[in-house]
Design a binder for this molecule. Structure first.
Ligand code: ADP
Ligand code: ZN
Ligand code: ZN
Length: 755
């Protein structure tokens, strides 16, 4: 037995279900358990260790065996009992201090220790009370006679007034605000031992709830869907609610949550991205008030620890947890219901770093450990989920009518190939779209315009020699941003001022090709000079409340036209938008990805769904070179099943999910030859050992990012083969790759269930 050095936690901070789940994630997504731990635990829950140096032995100050640097360290230790590495760096003004420290250790002068520190800091709030010397009423009335200074007696009287109405502890802040007396006066009274200050720990995540909605009454169709979901869940663990946009899915979830709450269970509500869903959040808070906790990556570490502890203690404050994908790592012990809203969203899949998990899929495993039920919801379900309803693994409930019987929007297609339309284009606006915008604005209604590309133009081209400026670090052309007059790489952030001459031939004839949200915003400013136009994309929504500010402004009708990227497609509910315009449907359709048509369908349907959500029927204008494209026709006719059947057929013949599981291996290195050679080696070994399609090694469309060359290998695991067994084989091969000395510096990334 050894001595206990330090007790890290008084009670466990993770539970058995988490450990089992995390192990499953590591195995399924082919990463280390440590990587899962790192993603799962708020870093302040882990204890930080710090290296501490202290002097071991007395030495004579004029010891000649010490170098100057060594002497400086030693001297500092005469004044301070210990030093941290950063202190040493500051003292010596050198970056690499370790060799010097090592020498002192070798000379038996220094001692090195690891000190473990707690990093979570509770939030302490200052409170004030009357000192116990004045506990009796007599003492108190004496006191009031003794205090002569005007400000001091104001403060005392203010305190008593507050105490009379509040009947709860009075904070320093509250008292000073109430009395408008300065904190210096308060300090005098504390020094005189009339007031006494004390501290209470406060939750950072506490929030003020709006008035609770008294009663939520479902429409007949919603009620029917609710009953159907409950029925399905008696036979199956997972049920898909396929409800068109604005059918009122949130209200159905709310009823399900309420029933689960009544049985005392915990509820997890996953959203693709919290920042974009403040609206939904405030709606759920209205129903469930202070039983709702929120958890997401924009929270500080301290905030996350607090939610973590509330869930761990099964506290009523966190009985319902709303969060982005990482919320599934919380220490639930009594999970009854999991809701995954907008289940089709790509954002549920973590791309980087490992674990590269898909929260929608991974959370069903956790739910299973708890015997909790799962409801997935979407107007445009992912092919995988819908397939699972068709083969009876999941239940399916459909809701095809909008709440309040608002009709689905009318969709107008503008054929950009058509000469008639083309002649009448004004910038990137067809006359149909312009007319509809003008109409909507004249009725005081708002407009949303969608262009899935930010910046002004994706390329700048020299018309004399055809040169297009490229990123020096990545294999992509630079995007032109007009407001900053910059060319910028969207992969590594590299930027340069816009050149006036071609770098290749010095010509000044540089033109832009293609268009992004910035260009649309500028065109609108000339077309509608008196209207307020706002852009919403990655460039305008930086900062903690970037999205919220824009959404609030639009909601309060301070903006007439909102132009944005796919951020617009996410679950927003505006009551005054009658028109949605999609400026160019084609760049989505022809994106080189096996999901391009499915994604285009989802994106266009979701954006269109923002039109006409309350009472009024909305309109959607889609500009495209391919109005007869099946996907566009399917969007126009809200024909989800048509899209599903067509895509499923293609997935089957081209060997893609849901029929095959995809495992993608990416190799990266600064040395072109090394990537090439190592990827060929890996490909050959994989295809020798796996009886299934192995594709590659492929040079991806963007073959260099941040100065690293990239090759990919794709493994397609058929439904009939055990994925576990296959992954084991792959892992063995990757391990043997890792021990080849000349390949050791090649970075390997394994991505299971590529999206
Ligand atoms: P979805 O999530 O299916 O797109 P929402 O839940 O956002 O639809 O509902 C659309 C709109 O209808 C919202 O403004 C919502 O407040 C309103 N709504 C839906 N159901 C009800 C109900 N039962 N009572 C009152 N308002 C409702
Ligand atoms: Zn040129
Ligand atoms: Zn770059």
């Amino acid at each position: 037995a050894k001595e206990i050095h330090q007790i890290l936690d008084e009670k466990p901070i993770v539970n058995q279900w988490q450990l089992k789940h995390w192990q499953w994630i590591a195995t399924y997504y082919m990463c280390s358990i440590g990587e899962v731990f790192r993603a799962a635990l708020p870093s302040t829950l882990l204890l930080e260790s710090e290296t501490i140096l202290s002097a071991k032995q007395e030495i004579v100050v004029d010891d000649l065996s010490l170098s100057d640097d060594e002497f400086l360290i030693f001297e500092a230790l005469q004044h301070q009992s210990s030093l941290k590495i950063n202190d040493v760096i500051a003292i010596l003004n050198k970056k690499n201090v370790f060799p010097i420290i090592q020498k002192l250790i070798d000379k038996n002068i220094l001692l090195l220790q690891e000190e473990i520190q707690e990093v979570y800091k509770p939030k302490l709030v200052r409170y004030i009370r009357i000192h116990q010397n004045y506990a009796s009423n007599e003492a108190l009335s004496d006191l009031l006679n003794v205090i002569k200074a005007k400000k001091q007696s104001e403060l005392l009287l203010g305190f008593f007034q507050l105490q009379a109405v509040e009947r709860k502890p009075i904070s320093v802040k509250q008292l000073l605000e109430f009395t408008s007396v300065s904190s210096a006066v308060l300090k005098v009274l504390i020094d005189k031992a009339i007031f006494e200050e004390y501290h209470l720990i406060e939750d950072r995540t506490d929030f003020k709830t709006d008035a609770m909605d008294s009663e939520l009454i479902l429409s007949e169709a919603q009620q029917k869907a609710l009953l159907e979901i409950k029925k399905q869940l008696t036979q199956k663990d997972i049920c898909l609610l396929h409800g068109v946009t604005s059918s009122g899915k949130t209200e159905i979830y709310s009823k399900l949550i309420q029933e689960s709450l009544d049985t005392g269970k915990q509820i997890l509500f996953l959203l693709p991205e919290i920042a974009l869903t403040t609206q939904l959040l405030s709606r759920l808070r209205k129903f469930f008030g202070n039983k709702v906790a929120v958890f997401h990556s924009k929270y500080s570490n301290n905030e996350r620890v607090e939610v973590w502890n509330q869930v761990l203690e099964n506290s009523p404050k966190a009985q319902v947890v709303i969060g982005a994908r990482s919320a599934m790592f919380l220490p639930f012990s009594n999970l009854g219901l999991v809701i995954v809203d907008e289940e089709h969203e790509q954002n549920f899949k973590q791309v980087d770093p490992a674990p590269r998990y898909h929260a929608r899929d991974a959370v069903t495993v956790l739910a299973n450990f708890h015997q909790a039920k799962v409801v997935l919801g979407s107007a445009t379900p992912s092919l995988e989920t819908y397939y699972n309803t068709q083969n009876n693994k999941y239940g399916l409930v459909e809701l095809f009518e909008r709440y309040n019987n608002v009709p689905m929007p009318e969709i107008l297609l503008v054929d950009l190939k058509d000469k008639y339309f083309r002649k009448r284009m004004n910038g990137h606006f067809s006359d149909t779209l312009l007319e509809e915008i003008t109409n909507a604005l004249s009725l005081g209604e708002q407009v949303i315009l969608f262009q899935n590309r930010r910046g002004y133009a994706p390329l700048l081209e020299c018309i004399t020699c055809g040169h297009v400026p490229q990123c020096p670090n990545c294999d992509v052309s630079l995007t032109y941003h007009k407001f900053k007059n910059q060319l910028r790489c969207h992969y590594c952030g590299h930027s340069i001022a816009k050149p006036t001459n071609c770098h290749q031939c010095s010509s000044v004839d540089l033109i832009t090709k293609g268009f992004g949200t910035e260009q649309i915003e500028l065109e609108l400013a000339t077309l509608f000079p008196n209207k307020k136009i706002q852009r919403m994309d990655q460039d305008t929504t930086r900062g903690k409340f970037g999205y919220e500010k824009i959404i609030d402004k639009f909601q309060n009708r301070e903006v007439d036209i909102l132009v944005g990227t796919q951020m617009l497609a996410k679950g927003l509910d505006f009551d005054n938008v009658s028109l949605v315009g999609i400026l160019n449907a084609d760049n989505m359709l022809y994106f080189p990805d096996f999901r391009a048509f499915e994604r285009s369908y989802q994106m266009m349907s979701q954006v269109s769904g923002r039109a006409g959500r309350s009472e009024k029927k909305g309109k959607v204008v889609i500009q495209t070179y391919n109005p007869n494209h099946n996907t566009i026709q399917q969007v126009t006719h809200t024909d989800y099943k048509g899209m599903y059947k067509e895509q499923l057929y293609e997935r089957q013949i081209f060997k893609y999910p849901p029929f095959y599981k995809l495992v993608k291996i990416t190799l990266r290195h600064k040395d072109f030859e090394k990537v090439k050679e190592s990827s060929i080696w890996l490909y050959q070994v994989l295809s020798q050992h796996l009886q299934m399609p192995v594709l590659g090694p492929e040079e991806p469309a963007i073959s260099k990012i941040r100065n690293e060359y990239i090759r990919t290998i794709m493994i397609k695991i058929p439904e009939t083969v055990s994925p576990q067994q296959t992954k084991k084989t792959i892992q063995k091969i990757l391990n043997s790759f890792d021990v080849i000395v000349q390949y050791r510096s090649v970075k390997l990334v394994v991505n299971v269930d590529v999206t």
